[in-house]
Design a protein around this ligand. Sequence first.
Ligand SMILES: [Zn+2]
Length: 337
Amino acid sequence: MAGAAAGGLSEPAEKRRPLYFSHPACFAHDPSRVMPGHPESPQRLRAIERHLAERDWLGWERRQAPAATEAELELVHGAGHVRAVRELCEAGGGAIDADTYASEASFEAALHAVGAACAMTRALVDGEAPAGFCAVRPAGHHAEAERAMGFCLFDNVAIAAELAIRELEVERVFVFDWDVHHGNGTVEAFRRRPDVLVAGIHQQGIYPGTGAAEDRGSGPGEGCTINLPVPAGSGEELWLSLLERVVEPAAAAFEPNLILVSAGFDAHRDDPLAGCRLEAASFGRIARRVRQLATALGAPVGAVLEGGYSPPALAESVAATLAGLGQDPGEPSPALT
Ligand SMILES: [Zn+2]
């Protein structure tokens, strides 16, 4: 793994820089020939990286994401789905449904998106850093075991959570999904599982239509799904209140060894695909609370990019998130208070 020698277990936590993963392949997943004008475009990552480069990456250590193996994809997805996406891309790409596309380069992009989430998870579990962020495309949280949907081909976060449990001896993973859309793929992947707690705040009544508060998981996973739908127009006050009053106590009681965040930024007030009213700084405050939670639980925290379709708002929101996630809770942060 590139840069794996940096950091390490012998260094105190405050010396370990948080880790930022991306890969040039993630820029090549491009709707321009398949669905021109699609909001999920390479411009999103370009805006993020331009903004972060101007700020010296907020002190985060940058690492290039490896490609995932197909065996890693199959931790969550059926071999038939993996093959179908690969073959569609090899044939030049095309529409998968009314929203979801694959271009010729999308399979390679998706391998590096999953690979970023897996590499970050390995590094966090190894104690190389207390926090991480994956700036990758395509996103993942709508992708189901046998189906691409909602701009997502493979569920990056679900695969990372499954990898942690099956291969890294992590007992319990908490997934927090703050994308404005319900993360149906991740919920379905773990709905019957007591070892992965999935909590999400999302705008009710929009895509994909799942995520009712009454759905709390199934069978042995009963209680390990927490859906928190909020009405259009909801802003930071409600999001922070739900985080503080519902998400944090549930996560603390669950005692996770690892926290993964499906970090979508489409609850921003400028986002064209939804109607919530968070500001860029709101994501910073949410991220800081999640880092505080992780530190209190003695667990590392890693976030993976999901949605966010206003490139300027996305770039500012990601920067605020890195500031919040990267902030050692022991130090005051005037910029975020
Ligand atoms: Zn979304």
